[in-house]
Write a protein that binds this ligand. Structure first.
Ligand code: MN3
Length: 224
């Protein structure tokens, strides 16, 4: 009799337990870098990559998981969360914007870089850049300007609008162009944590070297 009476209580306990562990199963995760930490030397040094990926990016992932735990955003994809930031619950919108953006931006950033590889865009992407900016050199100058003009922390981007047209813009903090309806295809992280150990305050030197490790075939995929 006692055992039967305690059954509802047992199932309530199990349900509560399931509710606690379910969000963990869906939590966002930090993917490993797609190459070793020293792969981008001498453009980006090994220690910067270790700290940038293992601590900064990890903190965005951990803090995003903390922010959305128990909220209506649980179970949504990262893109959905960041795109829909305007309708995120108000009490967590700030941390979700910063850490969701941080997770999305860095997940893209690591894949935009590669050791060696093509030094400039080719094919349809090259054609679009030539038509809209007057050549790769002109695009580089425009992106460099956007990156240098970003006061404090943020990103410079080459983005595609819904009509397929390219634009150069910059965003503050960890905002991502998807928040404004654009698709980012190149993103330069100009937070000091991205370059300070090797370049100190010389952001321009970091940006000038950065072009050597861009993964143009991946950029072309994002453009297509
Ligand atoms: Mn960063």
């Amino acid at each position: 009799m006692n055992a039967i009476r305690s059954l509802p209580r047992l199932s309530a306990v199990l349900l509560a337990f399931a509710a606690c562990v379910a969000p963990l199963a869906q939590a966002f995760e930090l993917a490993p870098l797609p190459y070793p930490h020293n792969a981008l030397v001498p453009v980006i040094d090994e220690q910067t990559m270790q700290i940038h990926h293992g601590r900064h990016h990890k903190a965005y992932v951990d803090n995003l998981n903390k922010a959305i735990a128990g909220s209506t955003l649980e179970g949504k994809s990262l893109e959905e969360v960041v795109k829909g930031i305007g309708s995120a619950p108000e009490n967590i919108r700030g941390p979700v914007r910063n850490n969701g953006g941080g997770h999305l931006n860095h997940s893209l950033f690591w894949r935009l870089l590669t050791p060696g590889g093509a030094k400039e865009p080719v094919g349809a992407l090259k054609k679009a850049i030539d038509e809209q900016f007057g050549g790769f050199q002109a695009l580089k100058e425009k992106l460099t300007q956007a990156a240098m003009g970003r006061f404090g922390s943020g990103w410079a981007w080459l983005v595609k609008d819904p009509f397929g047209k390219l634009h150069v813009l910059s965003t503050p903090n960890q905002d991502n162009p998807v928040m404004e309806g654009f698709t980012p295809i190149v993103g330069i992280d100009v937070w000091e944590h991205a370059y300070y150990l090797k370049y100190q305050n010389k952001r321009l030197a970091y940006i000038a070297a950065w072009w050597q490790v861009v993964n143009w075939p991946y950029v072309a995929e994002l453009f297509a």
